[in-house]
Design a protein around this ligand. Structure first.
Ligand SMILES: O[B-]1(O)OCc2ccccc21
Ligand SMILES: [Zn+2]
Length: 263
């Protein structure tokens, strides 16, 4: 089949290959990046960010063969993100995760050398553009709130509903209803964040994302991580291939400034 629809995270279709069909993958505004606290600039003028999510906007949970994604109704300003570095309100479209094959790695962004077990991406788009496909062609088209997942002793109760659905979406293409869920319950206590301009961490790697990375990780249990790793990338009829290590390594920062909302 056409290679471009077969990108993945293996040695023969992984991040080192993506540029062949998505040349922007070698661009100067790629994500993820390494965050080095010493090079970050505290910007006291950065406002706080806010979300107003309607639990009724949650629709389905999906295994797309690369991640576990929860999709929301984004046909109007129903669940929105605003403030922080953003111009206006952005509509919540979906959230998904990236994780490792063991607890000591899996996040995409790395903070002062620390790799977290996983990274949650809450994806929003700028409704000044007619749709998501249009928005991803614009530098101010998409805003992603990134949340690090750290493994500790206590499970994160707010993750339970997502992980309970995993058994219904084990293989690629499986989808299940997922309703009445306000994803802001997944956020940590602190609203402190780093922000910089970057890209999708997956093809098409478009450089359309204002990243808002939360400093405080949320804590999940080893069993909760194991549940996430029980997803498969294969379809039901194919040999089992675990969905793990679906993260892109850090990309060159080039001349980009990372700003911090905190001292
Ligand atoms: O590349 B990503 O995983 O990170 C940001 C994003 C947004 C929408 C789909 C996939 C992604
Ligand atoms: Zn992502």
């Amino acid at each position: 089949a056409h290679q471009s629809c077969q990108w993945g995270y293996d040695s023969d279709n992984g991040p080192e290959h993506w540029h062949k069909y998505y040349p922007i993958a070698k661009g100067e505004n790629q994500s993820p990046i390494e965050i080095n606290s010493k090079e970050v600039q505290h910007d006291p003028s950065l406002p706080p960010w806010f979300v107003g999510y309607d639990p009724g906007a949650a629709k389905t949970i999906l295994n797309n063969g690369r991640t576990c994604r929860v999709v929301f109704d984004d046909t109007f300003d129903r669940s929105v993100l605003r403030g922080g570095p953003l111009p206006g309100t952005f509509r919540l479209r979906q959230f998904h995760f990236h994780w490792g094959s063991s607890d000591d790695h899996g996040s995409e962004h790395i903070v002062d050398g620390v790799k977290y077990a996983a990274e949650l991406h809450m994806v929003h788009w700028n409704p000044k553009y007619s749709n998501f496909a249009e928005a991803l062609k614009q530098a101010d088209g998409v805003a992603v709130v990134g949340v690090f997942l750290k493994v500790g002793k206590t499970p994160k109760p707010e993750m339970k509903r997502i992980l309970e659905e995993i058994d219904n979406i084990k293989t690629k293409g499986k989808e299940a209803p997922f309703s009445n869920f306000d994803p802001s319950i997944l956020f940590p206590k602190s609203r402190d964040y780093w922000t910089y301009h970057g890209s999708f961490t997956t093809p098409p790697c478009e450089e359309c994302i204002t990243w808002i990375l939360l400093r405080e990780p949320i804590e999940v249990s080893p069993d909760q991580m194991a549940k996430l790793r029980s997803l498969s990338i294969n379809a039901e009829t194919e040999p089992v291939c675990p969905m793990v290590d679906n993260w892109r390594p850090p990309q060159p920062r080039h001349f980009r400034m990372v700003r911090a909302s905190f001292q």
